[in-house]
Design a protein around this ligand. Structure first.
Ligand SMILES: C[S@@+](CC[C@H](N)C(=O)[O-])C[C@H]1O[C@@H](n2cnc3c(N)ncnc32)[C@H](O)[C@@H]1O
Length: 305
């Protein structure tokens, strides 16, 4: 471990550039919330990408003296991160989700939902046979595509209100060769889905309360507001999903929704709904699961209270 970060003039290897970048990132007050959680991880991501290094690169290769051209390429990318405050994923045009690479641009949120962990475990033990899946607010299509790969027999509908996000989702569907099972379509929540029914409805909808939007980091403000702004109490889209889900779930279907810090407001608005708050090994929270039975009982009983 070094006692201090090298100056730029002293940094000649990938490892030294990581240390230099870490110091720069901390000094510049960057936000690390788009796939990395700290300055070191962010520096590794960018330095390795600029040099085309794999994450299992051997230690000795990290200490190789870089050519001037290589160093300039790395420093250019690191400086762009500091100057633009764009999340690294937008600079690289790529983000990883559930162990898979996705194309991203500023028309979609950077994939990072803890729902990825549920997909990797096949939503065990919560779902039985899954033939049809709906992803509401698909953005880059990351949840829809990862679900299609996790459930190779299932058909998936991926919906979003944003036509530009849908272009990105289509690109990712093609990239992962699941176009025969994933249908990408524009829909305002359930509006374009007529009487379709699903065994699993998944959503990472916008849930930031409108009054908190202005306080978001510069990095978050590069993301589309439509993907973040959840209306006055953060529940504008979530409540529409809850209100409509029982009409689109199969008898034994389940609904899984990320609500982030909106959990408290949701419990207050729907005190009688038996939400199951899921736990994650990576320590995240704010994702509920609810079964079709519970939704049917509640909403046939007269509404949302
Ligand atoms: C938090 S982003 C999630 C994107 C992606 N699922 C992910 O996890 O990275 C929410 C998405 O919901 C979409 N959205 C917002 N309002 C919507 C609505 N009324 N109907 C459908 N999609 C909506 C946004 O365009 C955005 O792509």
């Amino acid at each position: 471990m070094r006692e201090r970060a090298p100056s730029l003039a002293e940094a000649h290897s990938a490892r030294e550039l990581v240390y230099w970048a870490e110091g720069r990132f901390l000094g510049a007050g960057l936000c690390f919330a788009h796939g990395t959680t700290n300055a070191r991880e962010e520096a590794v991501l960018l330095v390795f990408h600029a040099l085309g290094l794999r994450f299992d690169t051997s230690e000795d290769r990290l200490d190789r003296r870089l050519s001037e051209e290589e160093k300039a390429r790395v420093v250019g990318l690191l400086r762009q991160r500091v100057q633009t405050r764009k999340p690294a994923a937008y600079l690289l045009g790529e983000a990883w989700f559930a162990g898979l690479p996705f194309y991203v641009n500023e028309q979609v949120l950077v994939p990072r939902s803890p729902i990825g962990e549920l997909i990797e475990s096949g939503f065990s033990p919560w779902v039985g046979e899954v033939h049809r899946i709906l992803d509401i607010g698909t953005g880059s299509g990351c949840i829809a595509v990862a679900c299609a790969l996790a459930f190779p027999e299932a058909r998936v509908d991926a919906v979003d209100l944003s036509p530009r996000a849908l272009e990105v989702a289509r690109r990712n569907v093609m990239r992962h060769q699941v176009q025969d099972r994933v249908r990408v379509l524009r829909s305002d929540v359930f509006a374009a889905l007529a009487s379709e029914r699903y065994d699993l409805i998944v959503s990472d909808p916008p849930y930031v309360p409108a009054r908190h939007m202005a306080a978001l980091s510069a990095e978050h403000r590069h993301e589309p507001a439509l993907g973040l702004d959840g209306g006055p109490d953060g529940l504008a889209v979530i409540s529409r999903i809850l209100d409509g889900a029982s009409g689109h779930l199969t008898e034994k279907g389940v609904l899984v929704v990320e609500v982030g810090e909106g959990a408290g407001a949701l419990e207050q608005r729907y005190p009688r709904l038996p939400f199951v708050w899921l736990e994650f090994t990576r320590g995240e929270d704010g994702v509920f699961l609810i079964e079709a039975d519970a939704l049917r009982a509640h909403f046939s009983d007269g509404g949302s209270y």
